[in-house]
Write a protein that binds this ligand. Structure first.
Ligand code: HQG
Length: 181
C-alpha cells in the first residue's frame, strides 16, 4: 500500500501530467511526455519534495498504473485522463460487448438528455468491470452504475480506444446505448 506522502505526490503528478504542467513550471510535448529532470526540479521548486527514486516507486506502486516512463526513463507521462489535448498514441480496439460507466445519481437526468459526455477530459472513461466503474462513480457522490452496449456502439461506427492501463475510452455515449435495467 502506498504511503500518504506518495498518494499526495501522485495527486500532484496527475495534476501536472494531465491538466496543468505549469503547476510545476514545465511543459509537455505533443505526446504528453514530460522531461523527468525538469519534472523533478519543478516539483521540488513547487514545494513537493521528490527524487528519482520516489518517482520510480510511485509509478511502480500506483494502483491504476496511471503513469509510464519511456524506455530510457528520462521521460514520463500519464497513460490517460488528460484534459490537455495530447496524443498518447491510443490504440483503437474492439470493445467487449458490455462496458461500464460509473457516475453519480445526481447526474442521471442530465446524462439521460445529453448522453455521457467527456466534459473537461479528452474522452469518456469506461471500465471493463462493474467494480471499477462503481469506484469511479463514488468519487462524485452516490454511485450509479451504467451498462453500455459497446457492441452496438461499435457496430454503429463509434470508435473505442484502450489506454495502456486498460481504461476504455470513447468520444461520447448517446443515451440510447445505455442498457435499461
Ligand atoms: C459525468 C479517474 C452530467 C460523468 C477514474 C462523471 C476514471 C455528466 C463526471 C477517470 C454528463 C465527469 C475519469 C452529462 C458525463 N451530464 N454529468 N451529460 N456526462 N457526466 O472525473 O469518468 O483516478 O471527468 O459521469 O478512475 O468520473 O484520475 O470523469 O461522473 O478512469 O486516474 O461527469 O478518472 O481516474 O467526471 O473519471 P470525470 P470520470 P484517475
Amino acid at each position: 500500500k502506498q504511503s500518504n506522502r506518495d498518494v499526495e505526490l501522485g495527486r500532484f503528478l496527475s495534476l501536472v501530467l494531465r491538466h496543468d504542467p505549469s503547476a510545476a513550471g514545465i511543459r509537455l510535448d505533443p505526446h504528453g511526455w514530460a522531461d523527468v529532470e525538469d519534472l523533478l526540479a519543478g516539483c521540488n521548486k513547487a514545494g513537493k519534495k521528490i527524487d528519482f527514486e520516489s518517482l520510480e516507486r510511485i509509478v511502480r506502486e500506483n494502483g491504476k498504473q496511471r503513469y509510464a516512463f519511456n524506455e530510457e526513463r528520462n521521460k514520463i507521462r500519464a497513460n490517460q485522463g488528460h484534459s490537455l489535448s495530447v496524443d498518447v498514441g491510443l490504440r483503437e480496439s474492439l470493445p467487449p460487448d458490455l462496458l461500464y460507466h460509473g457516475t453519480a445519481t445526481r447526474f442521471l437526468d442530465s446524462i439521460r438528455s445529453e448522453g455521457i459526455q467527456k466534459l473537461s477530459r479528452q474522452h469518456v472513461h469506461l471500465s471493463a468491470d462493474e467494480k471499477t466503474a462503481v469506484e469511479v462513480g463514488k468519487r462524485h457522490g452516490k454511485a450509479l452504475l451504467l451498462r453500455i452496449d459497446a457492441k452496438s456502439m461499435h457496430r454503429d461506427g463509434h470508435r473505442f480506444y484502450l489506454s495502456d492501463n486498460h481504461v476504455w475510452l470513447c468520444d461520447s455515449v448517446p443515451w440510447e446505448y445505455v442498457v435499461a435495467d
